[in-house]
Write a protein of this length. Structure first.
Length: 80
């Protein structure tokens, strides 16, 4: 017999994605101090990019400086 009481809108194998709340001041401080290690990427929940930043020394330092500019232009509270 088939169970017809399954919740079709949220199957058990899927996980809901909730945006992560990040503060610009924290992300900017992490980027300035430890941007070459990708600390700001780990803070935003982007661990794959964080590992890439570790392996490439902040995307050969260029990505680090670009991220400082991008983060400084974000709103005080942003969602990733």
């Amino acid at each position: 017999m088939v169970n017809t009481n399954q919740n079709v809108s949220n199957p058990p194998y899927s996980t809901p994605h909730y945006p992560k709340r990040c503060e610009r001041s924290t992300a900017l401080l992490l980027c300035i101090l430890f941007g070459w290690l990708g600390a700001h990427k780990f803070y935003e929940g982007r661990s794959v990019l964080g590992i890439l930043y570790i392996c490439t020394f902040g995307l050969f330092v260029v990505g680090w400086f670009v991220d400082i500019i991008v983060i400084s232009n974000k709103p005080d509270v942003y969602y990733v």
